[in-house]
Design a binder for this molecule. Structure first.
Ligand SMILES: O=C(O)CCC(=O)C(=O)O
Ligand SMILES: [Fe+2]
Length: 343
């Protein structure tokens, strides 16, 4: 039964199977970077080069930025949030059709899935979710009926913004604009839709929406219903992410860290819950083509004298990460190549 169902409404404390004790406190920072997309695509040369620097600095220092003036219509963003909420309101048996069976399911939905920490403590997440791959092949739950059209339009618009941002990233890395497109086969880029619903929680320090993790792709785009909850780690401290209305929160994922040969950092983040309001976030996680073998850019390896990460097919990377095959060490640690060249 979904977490959102009535049984949790009257709870005064977190049931033991959800217990994940942590400190959800975070700081605010005025230096969380903002990138003005309009200046990147239509600003004059000076504005564009300044914005490119903002983008590069954000990816290097924070692995995170708030994207403003991106041109995605406000009405479309609102529709994405509203229709995702409608999915969670569907009858339980409709949602159960998509119950996750394996990590490679093109569509999945679930509630409070089990999470396993490095110390082998198992607990359930305070979150309901629905996920589906929108690209290179488009999959979508059948209901709500308007989900298909809304997600198809949103997916295409986000891919256009993604392309422009990745071209900016390539320029910052002094690479040919096409070199990333070609190496990662971005015409067939993978794009995963994930809607996360976090109901109010009686004890926010005793349960968590999503524990600290990094995303596996290149750049993830997150929008939400105005209720705070996303925190990012920077120099070992947790920061909450205030954002102006209609902004998109973007974080660097593992594949961009690998491709940039470690210049850009896949940022650790978490979703905390609160006592008052239901929060929903919608993430489009954008990565290389599923069959692309990802390694540090050949040009950067030449410049750095060596690559710092071993190559791996993106599809295998996702499966390995999601099944936590390397346990505590994590797949990124596994791929890092030591000074002496051994993996
Ligand atoms: O809901 C959030 O703020 C975070 C979601 C997230 O990190 C994810 O879906 O990977
Ligand atoms: Fe994430």
């Amino acid at each position: 039964m979904a977490l959102t169902a009535s049984r949790i409404d009257d709870l005064k404390s977190v049931p033991s199977e959800f217990t994940f004790v942590h400190d959800s406190k975070s700081s605010s920072s005025d230096s969380i970077p903002t990138v003005d997309f309009s200046l990147l695509v239509s600003g004059n040369a000076d504005q564009r080069s300044k914005t490119l620097l903002d983008l590069g600095k954000a990816c290097e220092e924070w692995g995170f930025f708030v994207l403003i003036n991106h041109g995605i219509p406000e009405t479309l963003m609102k529709a994405v949030i509203d229709v995702s909420l409608e999915f969670f309101d569907l009858p339980e048996e409709e949602k159960r059709r998509y119950e996750a069976k394996s990590v490679s399911d093109p569509i999945s939905a679930g509630t409070g899935i089990t999470c396993n920490t490095s110390s082998n403590h198992k607990f359930l997440l305070w979150r309901d979710f629905v996920k589906s791959y929108l690209h290179p092949q488009f999959y979508c739950p059948e209901k709500p009926q308007r989900l298909r059209n809304i997600m198809s339009e949103y997916s295409e618009k986000i891919r256009w913004v993604l392309k422009k941002l990745l071209q900016g990233v390539s320029e910052n890395l002094n690479l040919e604009q096409e070199s990333m497109d070609e190496a990662l086969n971005l015409d067939s880029c993978s794009q995963l839709y994930a809607a996360n619903l976090y109901p109010p929680c009686p004890q926010p320090d005793e349960a968590i929406g999503i524990p600290p993790h990094t995303d596996h792709g290149l750049l993830s785009f997150l929008i939400h219903n105005g209720v705070a909850g996303l925190q990012i780690q920077h120099n070992g401290d947790w920061f909450h992410t205030n954002s102006p209305e209609n902004a998109i929160l973007i974080n660097v994922g593992d594949q961009l860290e690998i491709f940039s040969n470690g210049r850009y950092k896949s940022v650790k983040h978490r979703a905390v819950v609160n006592t008052e309001a239901t929060r929903i976030s919608v993430v489009l996680a954008n990565g290389p083509a599923p069959d692309a073998v990802v390694s540090p850019s050949a040009e950067l390896v030449r410049r750095d004298g060596r690559g710092f990460y071993a190559p791996m097919k993106y599809k295998e990377f996702i499966e390995t990460k999601l099944t936590n095959r390397y346990g505590e060490m994590g797949i990124m640690e596994r791929l890092k190549i030591n000074q002496d060249g051994r993996e």
